[in-house]
Structure formats: structure tokens, C-alpha cells
Design a protein around this ligand. Structure first.
Ligand SMILES: Nc1ncnc2c1ncn2[C@@H]1O[C@H](COP(=O)(O)OP(=O)(O)O)[C@@H](O)[C@H]1O
Ligand SMILES: [Mg+2]
Length: 269
């Protein structure tokens, strides 16, 4: 049985799709069979991050409505045989999703894949509850800003109330990812520091991703940043993938003198 990872947040625009896409590539690179699903109905962009937008014929709603077979909607990645993608629909009304159909789809995918990675809408959006319904591991993304952290706190409460696991009295594994950290701002006191975010959310931190212009150019070219040599954001996401796979990942010693990694060191000793 595969593991369902939902990448979620309170606020929009914090990097969920970027992280979902890149984590999916990273898990596939580690030899896992992975399906990435875009559950952000109406706002799809995981296809662009994966560079697969030209291959879309059917989408997740078509599958759930029985308009096509699951196998017809799954798109195989260009580079990785073990990575598949199930797109969101761009135009259709998200209220067509219903819990039973979502559960059936995810149960079917669990049979076939080691990891089902769900790119969720933000916590306030419709469809959020579907994206967290079958979650095993929730990755809660926040930028180091007060509003983002506060909204993240709210979605943690929803996961604990509405996911199937929580309803069955089981614990959903939850981790924080801090994205777009700018070390210079933290030092100046202009951004919440890592420890502030962790203290507020009271959950384990699984990674910190620096603000990195490589992310933008990657999305434009459809080449996930995790595949880009030397991209600091991509390296940070690789480390998150290793931690998800249960490895104790030490800091990269070659960049330890960098202030960003010096900040991190306090958390991953
Ligand atoms: N670490 C990062 N460094 C720089 N830009 C980033 C980073 N993460 C995300 N972005 C940019 O922020 C914007 C929102 O990211 P996205 O992944 O679409 O967020 P969400 O899915 O949460 O709405 C995009 O333009 C993306 O390229
Ligand atoms: Mg998104």
C-alpha cells in the first residue's frame, strides 16, 4: 500500500505546487513509483512545474466522473519512467468532487504506487478537504511571515478534524516546510526566524528551502529545480525527500559557511 503525501498550506502562493512537483521527481529518482496529483481544481499549475502541460488529455475530474479510465488520464514523465502525473481540470466546477469518489480514486492509486503526492489548494479554498481526506503524511508549507504561519496553524486543525485517519483515531504525520527563507532578512529581524515558525506551529521541521530565482526559471522552462545542478532550492528539496524516506540527512558541509546553512544547523544537528 502506497503512502499518501499531501502538500498543503493555509495561504496560497507559498510554494505548494513547486514543492509537490519537485518532491515527486525526487521520490521517483530514489527509485519509488510515484503519482503526482494536482488537486487544485481551477488553478492548475503542477503541469507547468513538471513540464507536462502539452500532454494533458484527460484530468482528475474526468476520471472521477467516469469519462475516461484512470490509465488514460495518467501521464508518464518525460525523464522518469516511475513518475506519473494526474492533472487538475482547469475549467470545471470544483464542487463536482465528492468524498466517496476521491477516496475511491486514491485507494486505487495506493495499490499501484509507492507514493501518491497530492498538490492541495490553500486551506481556505474549496477542495482543500478532499486533498487532505486520505492523507498519511501532511507537509505544511509556510513562508516565514506571520500571516502565512497563522493560516498554516488553522489548516493543521482541519487536518486533525477532517482527515479519514484522524476520524479513525489515528495520527496523521505532519511536518513543516519553511519556504522562501531569506537569511539576510531573518538576521535583520524582518522575517520570522526558523525557530519562531517552529514554536508557533509546534510540529517537526522537515526542511527549509531558500528563496531562489532558479525556481522561477525552472517553472518557465518546465524543468523541475530539483534536476538543476547547483540550485540551492533544489538541493534543499532533495534533502527533504531523503528525510521523507527515513534518512537522517546531515547538512551539506561544503556550504556550511553559508549563513543560510548556519541557520539550519541549529535544527538538524
Ligand atoms: N523557494 C522559492 N524561491 C523563489 N520563488 C519561489 C520559491 N518557491 C515558490 N516560488 C514562486 O512562488 C510562486 C508561488 O509558488 P507555487 O508553488 O505556485 O505556490 P502555491 O502552489 O502554494 O500557490 C511561484 O511563482 C513560484 O515560482
Ligand atoms: Mg499551487
Amino acid at each position: 500500500m502506497g503512502t499518501v503525501i499531501t502538500v498543503t498550506s493555509g495561504k496560497g502562493g507559498v510554494g505548494k505546487s513547486t514543492i509537490s512537483g519537485n518532491i515527486s521527481v525526487g521520490l521517483a529518482n530514489a527509485g519509488k513509483k510515484v503519482v503526482a496529483i494536482d488537486f487544485d481544481i481551477g488553478l492548475r499549475n503542477l503541469d507547468m512545474i513538471l513540464g507536462l502541460e502539452n500532454r494533458i488529455v484527460y484530468d482528475v475530474i474526468d476520471v472521477m466522473e467516469g469519462k475516461c479510465k484512470l490509465s488514460q488520464a495518467l501521464i508518464n514523465d518525460k525523464f522518469s519512467k516511475s513518475l506519473y502525473f494526474l492533472p487538475a481540470s482547469q475549467t470545471k466546477d470544483k464542487t463536482v468532487l465528492d468524498k466517496d469518489k476521491v477516496k475511491k480514486l486514491i485507494d486505487e492509486l495506493r495499490e499501484d504506487f509507492d507514493f501518491v503526492v497530492i498538490d492541495s489548494p490553500a486551506g481556505i479554498e474549496g477542495g482543500f478537504e478532499h486533498a487532505i481526506l486520505a492523507v498519511d503524511i501532511a507537509l505544511i508549507v509556510s513562508t516565514p511571515e506571520v500571516s502565512s504561519v497563522r493560516d498554516a496553524d488553522r489548516v493543521i486543525g482541519i487536518i486533525d478534524a477532517k482527515s479519514l485517519k484522524a476520524q479513525n483515531g489515528e495520527e496523521v504525520e505532519k511536518h513543516i516546510i519553511i519556504n522562501r527563507l531569506k537569511p539576510e532578512l531573518v538576521e535583520r529581524g524582518d522575517m520570522l526566524a526558523i525557530e519562531d515558525v517552529v514554536n508557533i506551529l509546534a510540529l517537526p521541521l522537515i526542511g527549509v528551502i531558500p528563496d531562489d530565482e532558479n525556481v522561477v526559471s525552472s517553472t518557465n522552462t518546465g524543468e523541475p529545480v530539483i534536476r538543476k545542478k547547483g540550485a540551492r532550492s533544489g538541493d534543499a528539496i532533495k534533502d527533504i525527500v531523503q528525510r521523507l524516506l527515513g534518512e537522517d540527512v546531515p547538512l551539506l558541509p561544503l556550504v556550511a559557511e553559508n549563513r543560510f546553512f548556519a541557520l539550519l544547523k541549529r535544527w538538524f544537528k
